[in-house]
Design a protein around this ligand. Structure first.
Ligand code: TXA
Ligand code: MG
Length: 324
């Protein structure tokens, strides 16, 4: 349900989009930085606001499946089954496009990424606007994605015309990006929809080697999801390893933040997530990384979680955040 004041906000935001402005909007995964997908000047503004390399293509967000057929072609039966099962939801499909989408959106690739977010405010905004909007995560390029309107404000204050605040996003991690132009389809980015869920509908999918991924999903080459502090991973449940690393950083005079769930350790800045589900973990992760940055620690030590279900996407983000 959308209240009266939210409806006014959405109407205003749609007006901003019509005039080539930028609107940050909530989705079920993370907040997006919206602009008219068919207006190259507006798209250019998004790249500038985020400081995003222009060879990293964007996702077109739709509210009606017809919009996917309008911009895409050769929509296979595999695509149709995935759409049936998971739209709206945390799945982005990479499909061939018909050539009307500005090259800046697709980084000149023959494919376009399309997703229908499962959030009433996002859907109402796209519907009010009447066509697809691009929506990269509304963070500065390289930083953890925003899961609250406050995160968006922190990164993009002054660069965005309106922020639609609908509280914290539910999933907390970006959509799964699946390229269905390959056979079998290829997961280009793990995310809110697990591999198992996809395979239940269309059978086995592949994950690209890092070289192949670079070619097909240019965005994956850049440092990502990283707070200002260094992130280092701790083996799950390995007390000895954890104590060794903490001692090492203390000797160097570094301040440490820890995110743990089964380890027993004591440091000043400790977030102990005992008996938390993987879903809750995904929901909280980016906020925790940003909180430790606010405190100003030098190192964030994070205990690994089992990489099954959404845990696979969480561990993907943590590994990328820990790359130096
Ligand atoms: O959950 C999400 O997907 C969020 C919310 C706001 O919808 N959006 C998001 O957008 O995470 P962004 O721009 O941060 O990530 C888009 C990913 C990038 O890894 C990009 O390289 C990939 O999708 N991508 C976009 N178009 C592509 C294409 N044509 N081929 C391959 N990869 C593509
Ligand atoms: Mg992003």
């Amino acid at each position: 349900m959308i209240s009266g004041s939210v409806a006014t906000g959405i109407a205003e935001a749609a007006e901003v989009l019509h005039h080539g402005g930028l609107v940050a909007f909530p989705t079920e995964t993370v907040y997006g930085l919206g602009a008219d997908a068919f207006n190259p000047d507006a798209v250019a503004k998004v790249f500038r606001a985020k400081g995003r390399p222009t060879d990293n293509p964007l996702i077109v967000h739709i509210s009606d499946i017809q919009q996917l057929y309008d911009i895409g072609k050769n929509i296979s039966s595999i695509a149709q089954r995935l759409i049936e099962a998971f739209f709206p939801g945390p799945l982005t499909l990479v499909i061939e496009h018909r050539g009307q989408i500005p090259a800046m959106v697709t980084a000149g690739l023959p494919t376009v990424a399309v997703r229908m977010p499962n959030h009433p405010v996002a859907l109402a905004l796209i519907e009010a606007f009447g066509k697809g909007i691009i929506g990269p995560s509304a963070n500065l390029s390289g930083k953890p994605s925003p899961t609250t309107a406050q995160h968006v404000y922190h990164d993009l204050n002054g660069k965005v015309d309106i922020i639609l605040d609908a509280g914290a996003t539910t999933i907390g991690i970006e959509s799964t990006v699946l390229d269905i132009t390959t056979s079998p389809p290829t997961i280009l980015r793990l995310g809110g929809l697990s591999r198992t869920n996809i395979e239940q509908i269309i059978g086995e999918v592949q994950t690209t080697s890092s070289a192949g991924q670079l070619k097909r999903s240019p965005g994956t080459r850049y440092r990502h999801y990283a707070p200002s502090a260094f992130v280092e991973l701790l083996n799950e449940g390995d007390q000895q390893h954890a104590h060794h690393r903490i001692e090492y950083y203390h000797t160097l005079g570094k301040s440490i933040g820890c995110i743990i769930h089964s380890l027993k350790i004591s440091t000043t800045h400790l977030m102990s997530l005992q008996s938390i589900t993987k879903e809750e973990y995904a929901h909280r992760l980016f906020d925790l990384l940003r909180k430790f940055d606010e405190i100003g620690v030098d190192i964030i030590l994070v205990e690994c979680i089992p990489d099954t279900g959404i845990g696979e996407a969480v561990m993907d983000r943590l590994r990328k955040a820990s790359e130096r």
